[in-house]
Ligand binder design. Structure first.
Ligand SMILES: O=P(O)(O)OC[C@H]1O[C@](O)(CO)[C@@H](O)[C@@H]1O
Length: 544
């Protein structure tokens, strides 16, 4: 991959000049000037309708951003990604979550070996295992079928599975899913307190199998379990997903109960692998396959579509435009379905762990902004929480609105109300309400002129707030697969343009190291050398 400093490209310089010219762009005016704007800036693909016309861009912005992608050698980079090159250079690994959803006949090589046969072998194992648990053929230690599944993992070994199982709740079977992630003992105790060990299956998910949280929670759960069941029952109730088979065996889980994954799958991109075992248990293997199929279709779209019509590319370029030119600090993602309530949290890891980097691919400190900060909550709840700040605050917050044409429970009345809000919000964010409109409205309510004058400034909405609308036919395993892959590819495009490595996460290491040292001190009741703030707090914590 070519290591191009984006700020040194021709396109960047042109974008800077272009930004200076259009930073005061008035979207309402743009819509008036160009009746074809919405059509020109909408992408229709499969069951996705992506309207990005309500963004602070012109056709020229779009063209210059595409030039930037070309100068950053995005096409070459996409080929390197799909081709299995070791693009995660600092860890010496390929990045092949796309291989996990590729078709069997594809050949994807890592170190000269086609990984597809292994991928399909593990998929077969997932399929058979899920079938036996779901049908009740596989029994617990007292001969009863399983009723509950506990996923023990953190980060990518938790957020993907929990987000997807909650998102696809509508499709789920009788198995009750639980998630333990935090090392906080109250989390694990809350989860296990009502579980019946005879009918509960534990899935320990850890790519490294060295993560403190997951090992502590698994140890606590195994202790609880063996206090209620014979020791040899562990083999029937515990399975693991990991690339560190040796460590799993040392933990006491037998080889046949281990679902392998590989170092070429990043944790935050791993839900497509055996890390998705709890997803597959919850919705059945066929639905899990449909999720993968959706992602595969998005992969093909991303790989084969011209940048001008490429959804992940266009949406990634918009984030660059806001981050680096408008200097927007954050981006909101608002799903208009309660099912996607964990989607923003999932994206926070995917996006911020990937692109929160301050050193470029040449090892040099970066002088421009990277790593967009994402946050959000489902609509309409968020409208009654933080939307005030987006509408009338001082910050520019581009927002993605994700909605569905059809509701799953066919609640037409509710769905119309939900979607009326969905459309109304992006319209309100665009249009705003000016002084004349406010004044007219208050006059219509019979308010005196003096009162109107006093209230007026508070009632004005400046509008011109950028939004992107992703409208999907309905929330299915397949459409969810496409949506997740869409954001995954956005992350990749951002990383290429920012000239950073998106697939390592060294920044999480220091905290882990210090926590290990501090834990030793706490356990030894002996506070070592720290800054005075930390020392004082540790002493306070250790006091009776
Ligand atoms: O699956 P593991 O190895 O337990 O790691 C869990 C998580 O910890 C991290 O390594 C760091 O937070 C994530 O990237 C990863 O998803």
């Amino acid at each position: 991959m070519t290591n191009v400093d984006p700020t040194k490209t021709e396109a960047w310089k042109k974008l800077e000049a272009h930004y200076a010219q259009i930073k005061g762009i008035d979207l309402k005016e743009e819509f008036k000037k160009d009746p074809a704007r919405a059509e020109a800036l909408t992408l229709l693909w499969d069951d996705f309708y992506v309207d990005y016309s309500k963004n602070l861009i012109t056709n020229e912005t779009k063209a210059l951003l595409v030039d930037l992608a070309k100068e950053a050698k995005l096409e070459e980079a996409i080929n390197a990604l799909f081709g299995g090159s070791k693009i995660n250079r600092t860890e010496g690994r390929a990045v092949l979550h796309t291989a996990l959803r590729a078709q069997r006949e594809n050949s994807v090589e890592v170190d000269g070996e086609n990984v597809m046969p292994e991928v399909f072998e593990v998929k077969e194992k997932i399929k058979n295992f899920c079938y036996s648990v779901i049908t009740g053929a596989k029994k617990g230690f007292t001969g009863k079928a399983f009723t509950d599944v506990v996923n023990i993992g953190i980060g990518g070994s938790d957020l993907g599975p929990v987000m997807v199982t909650e998102a696809l709740e509508f499709y789920k079977n009788h198995l009750k899913l639980h998630f333990v992630s935090n090392v906080d003992g109250d989390h694990v105790q809350e989860v296990i307190k009502d579980l019946n060990p005879e009918t509960t299956l534990f899935v320990v998910v850890s790519k490294s199998f060295s993560t403190q949280e997951t090992l502590s929670n698994s140890t606590t759960i195994r202790k609880w379990f063996t206090s209620k069941a014979p020791a040899d029952a562990v083999a029937k109730h515990f399975v693991a997903v990991s690339s560190n088979v040796k460590a799993v065996e040392e933990f006491g889980i037998e080889a046949e109960n281990i679902f392998p994954m590989w170092d070429w799958v990043g944790g935050r991109f791993s839900l497509w692998s055996a890390v998705g075992l709890s997803i597959s248990l919850s919705i059945g293997f066929n639905n899990f396959e449909a999720l993968l199929e959706g992602a595969r279709e998005m992969d093909v779209h991303f790989k084969e579509t011209a940048f001008e019509k490429n959804i992940p590319v266009q949406l990634a370029l918009l984030t660059i435009w806001y981050n680096n030119f408008f200097k927007a600090e954050t981006q909101a993602v608002i799903p208009y379905t309660q099912y996607l309530h964990r989607f923003p949290a999932y994206l926070q890891q995917a996006i911020m762990e990937s692109n929160g980097k301050g050193v470029d691919r040449n090892g040099k400190n970066i002088s421009y902004q990277t790593g967009n900060i994402v946050w959000g909550e489902p609509g309409t709840n968020s409208q009654h929480a933080f939307f005030q700040l987006i509408h009338q605050g001082t910050k520019l917050i581009p927002a993605d609105f994700i909605g569905f044409k059809r509701s799953l429970h066919k609640e037409k009345d509710h769905h119309n109300k939900l979607m009326a809000n969905f459309f109304a919000q992006t319209e309100a964010l665009l249009q705003g309400k000016n002084a004349a409109e406010v004044s007219q409205e208050l006059k219509g309510k019979g308010m005196a002129a003096s009162e109107i004058e006093e209230l007026l400034p508070f009632k004005i909405f400046k509008g011109n707030n950028p939004t992107t609308t992703i409208l999907i036919d309905s929330l299915t395993p397949k459409s969810l697969g496409k949506l997740i892959a869409l954001y995954e590819h956005q992350i990749f495009v951002q990383g290429i343009i920012w000239n950073i490595y998106s697939y390592d996460q060294w920044g999480v290491e220091l905290g882990k190291q210090l926590a290990t040292n501090i834990l030793n001190e706490i356990e030894g009741n002996d506070v070592g050398k720290h800054d005075s703030s930390t020392s004082k707090m540790l002493k306070f914590y250790l006091e009776d």
